[in-house]
Design a protein around this ligand. Structure first.
Ligand code: PRX
Length: 656
């Protein structure tokens, strides 16, 4: 018999935690513990969303809540005027909370800064005035290429202050990826940092920017915030460079906010699709602010007076936009922001930070949780994590083992976990538990947020009822939904609205259990999810065929213990090139250089042929079977079934 002091195995925990009911003391203090809000919101979704919009600061009230007559182009809060930065800053300062900490910032080397709401407001106004001096006007696009520093949030809010459309490009993307995005949006200004710290090294970002803007004539100026004060980057200055401190510091800390229409664009954020070209997802102001404000408030049960909230995402992804900048700041909570790697200088860095700032709400990705598990239980155990009261996950399905480990080793067995399903396109959380209401089940994102309607459909678009699987769709408009793809309406309509006409198709498959809970299973298209980030197989394939040695390439996402999925390439070489480990390595690096480190394939295999249908379509499903060592699935549509035998023996040889 096991004694109670013996450490529990994951299997024991899984048996003990088939369900997790919100603890009584959590329910007692929850922002909502009333299960009837679901029915109320369903009965009249417009009234429900308007009740949240009313909590925002409007310069002019809206005349109509929503308009779906021009579907799939939604409009929300028509005629209303507001400014997102006012909601995030001025309102809190005016209410007497200027001295409240907005961000506790922790640099990777251990340098730290504390920035209050008043300081953020002053900084945002100065930066906005600097943008005006650089002749940036309402509707102009500004590309941001910065690490996790408060100045990134400041730059974002400064753009919104004057009505410029900002677009953050994750600072791990290559110069080619950055260039493509700048060109697509025809940005007039790039704001970047000279570099940042990552795993003990200074990364040079300015060189990447210099390379990117060579082919970007639309860029008039590059404003550089110095992380390393001249030591980070050896990139030469260009005639477009202006120094952040030089131009921002001398500005006034007063800047009247632009009156933005509810439907004025707020930002463009690029995400991978099924073709090689990333999609510029467009979000507008009033609906987006309403959605992120409401979801942050209810899903994270925010208490602005007492909570210290930490979302470990990067602002370069949608999670950072919605749940580091706009949602939490609109609510006025105190946050932690960390620059660097979770295991630098040691695998307990996150837990040290949680203990240092008394973090109460912690939001991260399953891939990170699986890494924490691998690094060892002792790392969280050596820090005081008793301040935590709520945990969240996002980005990919969470395996039940990681879920119970998180509950037990980080949440001390007492913190509810919110597994939140959503996308760049949805703008905010769509399927999620509410921590004071939902009895959760490890691995399920449970039910749609109040006001959101999700259905499962079969191949033919018929609704799937009961405990069954199907294609996930959202069949009712919501305020924070995307308004389009920048410059490409056709692609917007084709990608999301053509598979099941009239319904939004996110590209995911899901199942429903007996309780009616949803389990999002993963992508059903040629998009893979690597460490919670979306990558397109086509984009990686294009990068591979860009190499002089490659004639043809197919890329698949294979299951990966830590990353969830990892890209693996199969390539046919041009004549005159020999397969070798060195060439495989070179190809992997080539993808990293063209797209960014995240996209670098785990492995590249050489093959004389690829499995194709008679019409020439690559059957990636069969490649996946080969790569995962599974029994090969249905091959009846294959033009030449013999191709697979060759592939498998080549694969087994390489994998040893
Ligand atoms: O496949 C789903 C998966 O991530 C995709 C969205 O990726 P992205 O736009 O990069 O946004 C990530 C952060 C919101 C979805 O189509 N996904 C996201 N969250 C979950 C998830 N899959 C299962 N469970 C989740 N909680």
């Amino acid at each position: 018999m096991s004694s109670s002091s013996e450490p529990k195995t994951i299997d024991t925990l899984l048996r003990e935690h088939r369900h997790f009911a919100p603890p009584q003391d959590f329910v007692a203090q929850a922002n909502t513990s009333d299960p009837t809000i679901y029915e109320q919101a369903d009965a009249n979704p417009e009234t429900w969303w308007a009740s949240w919009a009313e909590k925002l600061e409007w310069m002019k009230p809206w005349e109509q809540i929503s308009d779906w007559s021009n579907a799939p182009y939604a409009k929300w809060f028509l005629g209303g005027k507001l400014n997102a930065s006012v909601q995030c800053l001025d309102g809190h300062v005016a209410a007497g909370h200027g001295a409240r900490v907005a961000y506790y910032w922790e640099g990777e080397p251990g340098d730290a800064r504390t920035i209050t709401y008043q300081e953020m407001l002053d900084g945002v106004c100065r930066t906005a005035n600097a943008l005006k001096e650089l002749n940036i006007q309402k509707g102009d696009r500004v590309t941001l290429y910065m690490p996790m520093v408060p100045e990134l949030a400041m730059a974002v809010l400064a753009c919104t202050r004057i009505g410029a459309i900002f677009s953050v490009v994750f600072a791990g993307f290559s110069s080619t990826s950055l260039k493509d995005r700048i060109q697509d949006q025809e940005a007039r200004l790039v704001i970047c940092a000279d570099g940042c710290w990552r795993r003990g090294k200074l990364l040079d970002l300015k060189t990447v920017v210099n390379e990117a803007i060579e082919a970007c004539p639309s860029v008039e100026k590059v404003m550089i915030w110095q992380r390393g004060k001249g030591i980070t980057s050896s990139a030469p200055a260009t005639d477009r460079d202006v120094d952040w401190d030089e131009v921002v510091d001398r500005q006034s800390s007063q800047c009247a906010p632009a009156e933005q229409d509810a439907e004025d664009p707020l930002f463009i954020l690029y995400t991978s699709g099924t073709t090689g070209k990333p999609k510029g997802i467009l979000h507008t102001t009033g609906g987006y602010m309403t959605g992120v404000y409401a979801t942050t408030n209810l899903v994270f049960d925010l208490k602005t007076e007492t909570d210290v909230y930490w979302c470990t995402a990067d602002i370069g992804w949608i999670t950072g936009h919605s749940y580091i900048v706009f949602g939490p700041m609109a609510n006025g909570v105190t946050q932690v922001m960390y620059e660097g790697a979770p295991n630098h200088p040691g695998p307990d860095r996150f837990w040290e930070i949680c203990a240092k700032y008394g973090v109460t709400i912690f939001y991260t990705a399953p891939t990170a949780i699986r890494a924490f598990m691998k690094w060892g239980d002792e790392h969280p155990a050596t820090h005081d994590l008793s301040s935590l009261r709520l945990l969240g996950t996002v980005g990919e399905p969470i395996n039940p083992e990681a879920w119970v480990w998180y509950l037990h080793h980080i949440g001390g067995g007492r913190c509810p976990i919110v597994d939140t399903w959503w996308q760049t396109e949805t703008g905010g959380i769509m399927i999620t538990p509410l921590p004071g209401i939902t009895t959760t089940v490890p691995g399920s994102a449970t039910t749609p947020f109040p006001g959101i309607s999700a259905k499962l459909l079969d191949e033919d678009g018929n609704e799937v009822e009961g405990a069954n699987g199907g294609y996930l769709v959202l069949d009712r408009p919501w305020p924070h939904m995307l308004r389009g793809i920048w410059g490409d309406n056709e692609r917007f309509e084709e990608t999301y609205w053509s598979r099941f006409p009239g319904k939004y198709f996110p590209g995911d498959g899901a199942k429903r259990d007996e309780k009616g809970f949803l389990w999002v299973l993963g992508r059903v298209d040629d998009v893979m999810n690597v460490s919670g980030h979306r990558l397109s197989t086509m984009e990686i394939e294009s990068a591979l065929v860009d190499h002089e040695a490659v004639a043809e390439a197919a890329v698949i996402g294979v299951n990966h213990e830590l990353k969830g999925q990892a890209p693996v390439g199969f390539v046919i070489l041009r004549s005159g090139f020999e397969a070798s480990d060195a060439l495989a390595d070179d190809l992997r690096k080539h993808v990293g250089t063209l797209i960014g480190g995240l996209a670098r394939p785990e492995a590249v295999h050489f093959t004389p042929e690829l499995p194709k249908t008679r019409s020439g379509k690559i059957m990636r499903r069969l490649l996946r079977d080969v790569a995962e060592g599974k029994t090969i699935g249905d091959t009846t549509t294959l033009a030449d079934p013999g191709v697979l035998d060759g592939l498998r023996s080549e694969y087994e040889q390489r994998e040893g």
